[in-house]
Write a new protein. Structure first.
Length: 595
RNA sequence: GCUCUCGUCGUUCAACGGAUAGGACACCUCCCUCCGAAGGAGGCGAUACAGGUUCAAUUCCUGUCGAGAGCACCA
């Protein structure tokens, strides 16, 4: 479904380190002296999954459902669960028995919290695991065997892709990757409005050379057509005529123009998907970045068939066929106009059927702006009566709209920010920095940074809420931002690179007390699992921001190369690089080598 | 008017009914003879209002005020 004319724009940037206040200066790891030997994984032997399994082990000890979380302050421990004052002591004992030597201490605190602090060995093992598992670090199996279809982006041919589509794309792609990472088979779908009044408007503008320069982009033609449509009855009539002709393909001249416009628009979109860093799903062809491309021209007939074959579900009203949702607390919506044309609602029904016919999914997720929430509920209500088994597999995830601080923007007023201009603005700022950076290819880096800035702003917020765009803030590459994460990553990489050339013989010792950095890092798999479960990439964004902050602190305070515990600190740096790289990749944010 | 969503430092975002409400931007102090200052350390600063439920409420319920979105032939 095409994302409608959102208000426009980008978010501003801020928030980080949200999940807890990690004190930066515990009297940790200051002492010298010999720590225990680092546990080493034995080649070819899979070692116990201390971290990924930790929550499960605690859960098992509890014997019932309870929320296990990272405490608000790591002073309390590495895991915390609230069980109430009566149960606290017995629960603590059960957890002690279950965790054994993995836990340094399990204690009752406050009015019924059980706090669990991992042993030094357990933390070190988690860090070793992070590096050893490489690109698989953080993977889960909570969605193993699931087949998930996810539809997002949904730009309309003949119109421009704007920032709203960018939001849908960033959120959809991140959710797709998160769900894949937890074991599901994921197919990406893009649903596009290649028929309908907006197409007629664009074609109408193009039909008459006096209206518009024939070489103008289709997005411009659409705007022109829309203005004409609203300005005069005769234009409106003519455009309605064209709309019909597009549906029934009765006019060769229009058909030709239509085919060209559709092709040109779609090709343009693919270029943007590539810029956005999507992975090609197919080797060649014009449609490469999604597994499936669904079009309204295909869903319309399917939807019409569904509506017409269920006269008991729909009712005739003023010549139109409608669905009355009042009984379900919804409202009435038109499915077939009095002129006999299918509306968006009917096409959506057809889309549900088309999806189900195309791939046998367990779950179908659709990402749209939240202004479509009520509409979607009506469609879903109708679908439950028409295709009940498909209806129950459908989930709707909504995102807020981008709005300007100066006031509301509207596509009808023509002040929409297109996807390309938005990216270009960020790119211009990023370029200034990139040219002064250590990167070998500043242009490439600038694009990576611009993408990071854009996606971070979109993904950092809980979905469903509007994103307020403050241009100055949006273009600020400091503080809570995508580049902040990238910067932390490249500094760690830089240390590792330098360590390769300056080789020191250091004893393989580890500090007795774990650094906060490692204690934070070991939670990565759990964060990924939760973000996937809740379809909430912002949880991962928050966590990575906190992690980057902790790394920057660690880096500022601790001498790594040439310092105490050099080998262990380098191992930590390696684990951090792996965690940040995997996290950024899951979000669809580029992880540069240098910057 | 009806329905839904939302009101948290000056601004913009966190906090899955639990611990001292956490960041960033802005503002004020500090820190590059030392692995990268797109960085680090510190300071200032908030739950719209009124009730209710609960051992415990930013979170759940009711009301008031305020903001946004949706509400029949657009998508």
């Amino acid at each position: 479904m095409a994302v409608p004319s959102h208000g426009v724009i980008a978010p501003s940037g801020t928030r980080k380190r949200t999940e807890s206040s990690v004190p930066k200066h515990l009297p940790i790891n200051r002492h010298k002296g010999d720590g225990p030997e680092t546990p080493r994984p034995v080649a070819g032997v899979s070692f116990p999954r201390y971290t990924a399994g930790m929550e499960e082990r605690i859960q098992k000890a509890l014997g019932r459902e309870a929320v296990i979380r990272r405490p608000p302050n790591l002073d309390f421990g590495d895991y915390s669960v609230f069980v109430g004052p009566e149960q606290a002591e017995s629960t603590a004992q059960a957890i002690r028995n279950e965790l054994g030597e993995s836990a340094l201490k399990v204690e009752v605190a406050g009015k019924g919290f059980v706090n669990i602090t991992l042993s030094r060995e357990a933390v070190a093992l988690a860090i070793a695991e992070a590096s050893a598992q490489g690109a698989n670090w953080g993977e889960g199996n909570t969605n193993k065997g699931q087949r998930v279809l996810i539809e997002y982006t949904d730009p309309n041919p003949f119109k421009e892709m704007h920032v709203g589509h960018l939001m849908s794309n960033a959120i959809g792609e991140a959710i797709a990757r998160l769900i894949e990472y937890t074991g599901a088979e994921v197919k990406r779908a893009n649903y596009q409005g290649d028929v309908g009044p907006h197409v007629a408007k664009a074609i109408y503008a193009r039909l008459f050379p006096s209206n518009i320069d024939n070489g103008a982009p289709w997005g411009v033609a659409y705007k022109m057509g829309n203005d004409l449509y609203e300005s005069d009855q005769s234009h409106r009539k003519a455009i309605d005529e064209i709309n019909k002709k597009i549906y029934d393909k009765s006019d060769p001249g229009i058909n030709k123009l239509y085919e060209a416009g559709r092709r040109e628009s779609l090709a343009q979109f693919e270029i943007i998907y590539e810029k956005l860093g999507m992975e090609p799903r197919k080797r060649s062809g014009n449609e490469r970045f999604f597994d499936y491309y669904f079009f309204e021209s295909a869903t319309a007939p399917l939807g019409l068939e569904l509506v017409r074959s269920h006269p008991q579900v729909f009712t005739l009203s003023d010549g139109a066929i409608v669905y009355r949702g009042e009984d379900e607390g919804l409202h009435t919506r038109v499915f077939i106009t009095s002129q006999g044309l299918p509306t968006y609602e009917t096409k959506e029904l057809g889309l549900a059927k088309l999806k189900a016919d195309t791939w046998d999914f367990d779950t179908s997720i659709t990402i749209t702006a939240n202004e479509q929430k009520a509409y979607f509920q009506v469609v879903l209500a109708a679908l439950r009566k028409v295709l009940p088994e498909t209806a129950q597999k459908i989930q709707h995830v909504t995102h807020g709209m981008m709005r300007f601080t100066e006031g509301k923007m509207s596509s009808r007023k023509g002040n929409v920010i297109t996807a390309l201009t938005f990216l270009q603005d960020l790119l211009d700022v990023a370029k200034e920095r990139a040219n002064k950076s250590r990167a070998g290819e500043p242009d490439k880096l600038a694009m990576q940074v611009a993408l990071a800035a854009a996606k971070y702003q979109i993904l950092k917020q809980a979905s469903g809420k509007d994103i307020i765009f403050d241009r100055e803030r949006a273009l600020n590459l400091e503080g809570d931002s995508g580049p902040y994460l990238q910067y932390a990553l490249t500094r760690a990489r830089s240390v590792l690179e330098k360590a390769r050339s300056t080789k020191h013989e250091t004893p393989n010792k580890i500090p007795e007390v774990p650094y906060l950095l490692e204690r934070l890092m070991l939670h990565f798999p759990e964060v990924v699992a939760r973000a996937a479960r809740e379809r909430a990439p912002n949880l991962l964004v928050n966590y990575l921001t906190e992690l980057a902050s902790e790394w920057n602190s660690f880096y500022a305070q601790e001498r790594i190369i040439g310092g105490d515990y050099e080998a262990y600190k380098l191992r930590l740096a390696r684990a951090f690089v792996q965690t940040m790289t995997n996290g950024l990749t899951l979000l669809g944010i580029p992880a540069p080598e240098k910057m």
